[in-house]
Design a protein around this ligand. Structure first.
Ligand SMILES: Nc1nc2c(c(=O)[nH]1)N[C@H]1C(S)=C(S)[C@@H](COP(=O)(O)O)O[C@H]1N2
Ligand SMILES: [Mo]
Length: 554
């Protein structure tokens, strides 16, 4: 009867197959782990990008625009973690399969590692950032994976031998006689005539090898991840001493910050500054190694290093930076006092050709940004910034130098880790986001936000405080109006501002009955333009629409 046959086979074959599969999966995962761990270590030692991050970066850069937009919408600022996890999951699955196959056909296992390495090297090449260290890390990782695979396969064959693994050693005697499991396994193992699945030198040898590989890869990986965080050295952020500005700005006028609980503070503390970029790992540059090259359609191309930049007369400016992806009511906007050198002056030194309508800036990690030349040169406080909030730029915000142009969204103006500025023409070259369908000239749109009451918050009925922020960088805000429950608009009070390049806090009061209510806000800028009601998505050049929140009065 068929079912008897199945049962009989079930007692013999599956445990053996299952064991083979389990060992194979273990071998594959450990080999992949060794490749990743030692790849990280090499990257850490060489101060290069880790192989996984290189692959992730290449995926980010080469994804179609719709996929990027989808990922950002679904995962928000967690998109990077999700991507890295995805790369690791693929590696783990591929490693598991390869391990099982490699037990019978070792060559397939090595070929798999070669494929991983090829993918890694292709990613390095696609990134086009001349990262030789990243390529070396890929090769070292693959090499370590191959060594681990060889060790693991050898001991795995021993552990599987009693069941006739590929027939190399069919008898227990062979297993015993093998010295290849290493002296420790051999010394501690009593002579066991017929090793069972859980006993014997073969089994123990594999477990030792596996544990050794795991420990070595884990330590290598941890060390590699930890190395970049080591500070010290002349060019580190901790060591960089910023000079005082040649012409310091006066302190902020009193009354810029109304101090209303729950209201966005006027000055964003550095750790709270929003962060947006395509970098999977934050570049940690050395200021003594940093240079900025200014070239392209200019009379006098030049290079400037940090010593020279800091010996110049630096200026300060209060500028609110905003992301084009900021949704209505969103928080991808922050304000601080920047320290830097006037970008327009730097460009004048180079002698910009007429017709060079685009400043194409590039970061150390290959991101590009196109800024209209005439905007940077029109007299506003465009900066090559080195400091914010009284400190060197934090690494996430572009240490040691970045651009900031008041009135433009960050994606067309605020290159972090900037190392190259090329004068060119919009007709000739397209920057990163322009290639992906976003705008090329993107002035910040006039917008406002309600912070108090918190959306869906609860307040006591009667007198209720309403407060928030409004912004129209480099135009300035003239008025903010609010209304409750679709009633009449009335004007809120505006806080003080140091100039037209920052956001402004607004506050008002009203009386409400118990129950559910809605508040809306709209701002008017100094050109007399009032925020339109119509809701527009951030793509391609910034969202518009009134922020509306609901709250409950009890
Ligand atoms: N090198 C680099 N600079 C960059 C970006 C980037 O992806 N890479 N993103 C830009 C965008 S879209 C914005 S909104 C600002 C954000 O600056 P922040 O992270 O300091 O707030 O940086 C800009 N500069
Ligand atoms: Mo942005």
């Amino acid at each position: 009867m068929p079912h008897v046959t199945i049962k009989t086979r079930g007692e013999q074959t599956p445990p053996r197959d299952r064991r083979r599969v389990a060992v194979g999966v273990g071998v594959g995962l450990l080999a992949v782990g060794a490749a990743l761990g030692f790849g990280e270590l090499a990257a850490g030692l060489l101060r290069a990008t880790s192989p996984v991050v290189t692959v992730g970066d290449a995926l980010v850069d080469n994804s179609p625009a719709f996929l990027m937009k989808w990922a950002i919408e679904i995962f928000g600022t967690a998109d990077k973690a999700v991507l890295i996890t995805g790369v690791l999951v693929v590696l783990v699955l591929a490693g598991a399969v390869l391990g099982v196959v490699a037990l019978r056909r070792p060559l397939v296992g090595y070929a798999g590692l070669v494929l991983f390495a090829a993918a890694g090297l292709a990613a390095v090449a696609l990134r086009r950032t001349d990262d030789l260290g990243a390529a070396a890390a890929v090769v070292v990782g693959a090499g370590a994976g191959a060594v681990a695979l060889a060790l693991l396969l050898r001991s795995a064959r021993h552990t599987l031998e009693p069941w006739g693994g590929k027939g190399e050693a069919e008898t227990p005697a062979d297993t015993e006689g093998s010295a290849s499991t290493g002296p420790s396994a051999q010394d501690s193992a009593p002579t066991v005539p017929a090793p069972g699945p859980d006993r014997g030198p073969g089994r123990r040898g594999f477990v030792f090898t596996a544990a050794g590989v795991l420990a070595a890869s884990g330590s290598a990986g941890a060390l590699g991840r930890w190395l970049p965080s080591l500070t010290g050295g002349a060019g580190s952020r901790a060591e960089l001493a910023l000079p005082a500005p040649a012409a310091p700005l006066p302190a902020l006028p009193p009354g810029t910050d109304l101090g209303v609980p729950g209201l966005e503070p006027f000055t964003t503390p550095n750790p709270d500054f929003y962060r947006i970029d395509t970098a999977l790992t934050i570049p940690r540059l050395d200021s003594t190694q940093w240079t900025l090259r200014v070239h392209g359609l200019v009379d006098r191309p030049f290079e400037i290093d940090m010593d020279e930049l800091l010996s110049r007369e630096l200026v300060e400016a209060d500028i609110t930076l905003a992301c084009v992806s900021n949704q209505i009511g969103g928080d991808l906007i922050s304000n601080t006092r920047w320290l830097g050198f006037p970008l327009a002056e730097l460009l004048r030194e180079a002698g910009v050709h007429s017709g060079a309508d685009q400043i194409l800036s590039t970061s150390s990690d290959g991101w590009t940004c196109g800024t209209p030349t005439e905007v940077v040169m029109d007299g506003r406080d465009s900066l090559l910034a080195v400091g914010m909030g009284g400190e060197p730029l934090p690494h996430v915000n572009g240490y040691p130098a970045r651009m900031v142009v008041p009135g433009l969204y960050g994606f067309v103006s605020a290159t972090k880790w900037v190392t190259d500025i090329k004068l060119t023409r919009f007709a000739d070259e397209q920057a990163y986001w322009a290639q992906r369908g976003w705008g090329v000239r993107a002035p910040v749109k006039t917008m406002s936000r309600i912070d108090v009451p918190a959306p869906l918050g609860r307040v006591e009925s009667g007198e209720v405080v309403l407060a928030g922020i409004a912004w129209a960088q480099h135009r300035g805000i003239d008025a903010v109006e609010v209304r409750v429950d679709d009633g009449e608009w009335w004007e809120a009070e505006l806080a003080e501002v140091p100039g037209i390049d920052t956001w402004v806090q607004w506050v008002s009061e009203t009386t409400v009955d118990p129950g559910n209510h809605a508040v809306e806000v709209r701002a008017t800028d100094s050109t007399g333009f009032t925020q339109p009601f119509e809701r527009v998505e951030p793509v391609p050049d910034g969202a518009t629409g009134w922020h509306r929140i609901r709250f409950t009065a009890t």
